[in-house]
Design a binder for this molecule. Structure first.
Ligand code: ATR
Length: 271
């Protein structure tokens, strides 16, 4: 049987860690497959998917800026992709291209493994982008009771709050909102290498709270550094990246892709 071809489409994709993550499992599990990166500007998305169909590509990941536009090019999307409103993984089933989304799974799996006893009584989420949608869906499935969104552009927070039945408050209230919070999640790009820092005093945050930053470059953002220094448990964004990739790998290859310390160390070296 010919090796299964898989890969990633996005624009840009040169810095993506996904090829290294998938290469690790392909080698480790001795699977006959390849995983390539495809830099696909929006204007060539349609023809690229057409080519993938002809080549009988087994599956592919989808990243910025195609996570929503890809939906029109697929035969169908599943329930979780519909809920999140975006696709990050496509699989070929009987020559049909089916879109799904493993980001919510990745987000929650890493959270549960890192803080299994954490009570999700009040969750504060900063941001209102695509990653926020996945975090909300994952957290609701994990039983989060009270989810509050805060975003610089409040209209976007309001749309998400209405869509998912959660609440939203003004971005300026982000420090006082931390009172009684059990989980604080940053889904904005603030704190990422090359982006502006996230200005946030954690004074009101209980020390028993957990702080989860989905940014992974740098691995320890200023937010996590500050949280750790005052005694809060911190969760970095690398685990979410690894677990969402593992879920895609299982769908394509039916093989158990393990997220191990060895894999984490390997990826950290190229971060
Ligand atoms: P993704 O889809 O990957 O989550 P995105 O849609 O670009 O990315 O979202 C980036 C998030 O970071 C948004 O919530 C954005 O806030 P706006 O909706 O107001 O743009 C947030 N963000 C980016 N730069 C910011 C800044 N300087 N201050 C506050 N929030 C910022």
């Amino acid at each position: 049987m010919a090796p299964k071809s898989t890969g990633l489409i996005g624009h840009p994709v040169s810095h993506s860690l996904s090829p290294a993550i998938h290469a690790h499992w392909i080698k480790d599990l001795k699977i006959s497959a390849s995983y390539e990166r495809y830099d696909v500007p929006p204007e060539t998305l349609k023809e690229t998917i057409h080519k993938f169909r002809e080549q009988k590509m087994a599956g592919f990941n989808v990243t910025i800026p195609h996570k929503q536009n890809i939906i029109a090019e697929l035969d169908s999307i599943d329930k979780i992709a519909r809920k999140i409103g975006a696709v990050n993984t496509v699989m070929r089933v009987d020559d049909l291209l089916i879109g799904t989304n493993t980001d919510a799974y990745g987000f929650v799996t890493h959270l549960k493994q890192s803080a299994p006893k954490l009570e999700l009584t009040k969750v504060v989420i900063l941001g209102a982008g695509g990653a926020t949608r996945a975090a909300i869906v994952g957290l609701k499935e994990a039983g989060a009771k009270d989810i509050v969104l805060l975003n610089r552009t409040e209209d976007k927070a309001k749309i998400l709050a209405d869509t998912f039945g959660v609440s939203h408050v003004d971005w300026d209230q982000r420090e006082e909102m931390l009172r009684d919070t059990t989980l604080l999640v940053n889904t904005t790009s603030l704190g990422m290498k090359g982006a502006e820092p996230l200005e946030l005093s954690l004074d009101a945050l209980p020390r028993t709270a957990c702080v989860y930053d989905i940014v992974y470059a740098p691995l320890e953002t200023e937010l996590l550094k500050t949280a750790r220094a005052r005694g809060n448990q911190t969760i970095d964004g690398l685990g979410m990246l690894l677990h969402q990739a593992a879920a895609a790998f299982r769908l394509w290859h039916g093989a158990e892709a393990a997220v191990t310390d060895a894999l984490r160390e390997k990826i950290l070296k190229i971060l």
